[in-house]
Write a protein that binds this ligand. Sequence first.
Ligand code: ADP
Ligand code: MG
Length: 568
Amino acid sequence: MAEAKKTIIDNYYLLQPLGKGAFGEVFLAEKIPGRKRYAVKILNSQTGKESLRGFLNEARTSRLEHPHIVRIRDFGIDGETPFIVMDYIEGGTLRQLHPHREPLPLKTVLSYVRQIGSALQYAHNEGLVHRDVKPENLLVGSDGKILLSDFGIVTTSLSWNPAAAPGIAGTAVYMAPEQIQGQPVRASDQYALAAIVYEWLVGVPPFRGNWTEIMAQHLKAEPPSIVEQNPDVPEAVEKVVLKALEKNPGMRFASVSDFVEAFEQACRPPVGTTLLELDGQADLMTSLAWSPDGTQLLLASRENALHRWDAETGQDLGCRRGALLEATAIACSPDGTLVAVAGRDRRIQIWEVEREKTLTICRGHVDEVLALAWSPDGRYLASGGSDRTIQLWLAQSGKNLTASIGHVDEVLALAWSPDGLYLASASYDTRVHVYEALTGKKLMSYRCEAGVYALAWSPDSTYLAAASYDTTVRVYNIKSGQEVQCYQQHTAGVFAVCWSPDGGLIASGDDDAQIHVWQAISGKQVYVYCGHTGGIRALAWAPATACIASGGLERKVLLWQAPDSWTT
Ligand code: ADP
Ligand code: MG
């Protein structure tokens, strides 16, 4: 507290210093009535007129109200001492959070760019240019949220005139060339953000050296390649960052939000990223699923193997093989720890993925098993097949709970509703039945024009989508019993179907290798994906990212970008 002349400013007790800047010091403070905590910035005692003007400029931005901008609550002059009262942000600065010169994961950078970008765009829309975007001005909230601070403090010449303010040399690291020349514009903030992003991706800022050297490079030098320094950064990402670092502000993105959008786009795996090409021996792939937290993509293939990938990067996490050679159906449990595989010998084997060990065997079907479905809690397994029965098993013991004749022909698909209440079955006999899951009591029955090969429940368990060889996908409202949609845009039999996590869209895949994405209720088509060369047999929509995984008969698993739900 040596620097502070007083321990009370206006209505605030200064408790402890939080940090020092170019113009003053920031203290943790308590408002005297109420004892609520704030951060109070007070100006240096040797305050000049210029700093005072900057200070009041900052105070003037107190009208800014945005989730990623530090709120200014009060300002004034106590005797000779000007002060600003802000919300206290307890997590320190991004400089403190990442003190080491190490590249950050792309995921982290993307999350920062989104938050800071939205704050800057808001300020720009309000007619303000920040002019001092740097890690020291990016504060970390208790929930990890990033907040931009220090608006307006550098609207004076002090910010760019090194002779006037030698103490703020650090700022030059991120300063746009036109700002160095005294002409800051909105795009100068975009440049500064891009320079910080560069540092997060590489570990060091684009230009280094002393004050004069850094200035000279901002004006004339090309930033060194990002990809050469960190090969993990996608080239598309580098391209976006370098565009925002153009010397001429007119060559950058038209706005910060355009920069953010391009950055987001560049971070996604390219459309049609091939995750896997199974070898020629392998049979169809039947079951694709995302782990519940969305971090892994799981594929159970008919060669009785479980393949796994990291969802964000597409990195292969390896493959586990079970014991059966010829599987007729396969399904991984909702948490991905168990896999049920039905063999040509009509038995269903449940194996533990991690230990690659058989947990139990379910015996009871008298013909081939063609469909398997796990209850959402992973306790039960339902099976159906050529013997037309639908059977229920206790997954841990393999104990048979019920067996009933459900259809007059082969059972081709089973789906358990996410709330656990219903089980739906589909058959070559053109029917779809809905049962009370644990009692087997039939609640509803629907019919299509041909065999029904795939079923999918909406995330809220209200709707059921049924994909048929008759080229349609029908959507039923299970609460009302009504068919609410019959999607007819496919040109061939439909064999795979899934819902978007928000329930707004359906993706369905046909034997012409096309995947259609459409609005579940209106049936309006929003997108057709044509990356496969073989009929589609599996589809899964990632829980958190806008990503769809698909498996085709050409034995490829592709990852591609899903359209955003209702906006399309
Ligand atoms: P500069 O941004 O130039 O480093 P400031 O005077 O703006 O200088 O702030 C000095 C330091 O005080 C910051 O780097 C940060 O560590 C801390 N600080 C500033 N504002 C807040 C706040 N609202 N809540 C918590 N800490 C803050
Ligand atoms: Mg600051």
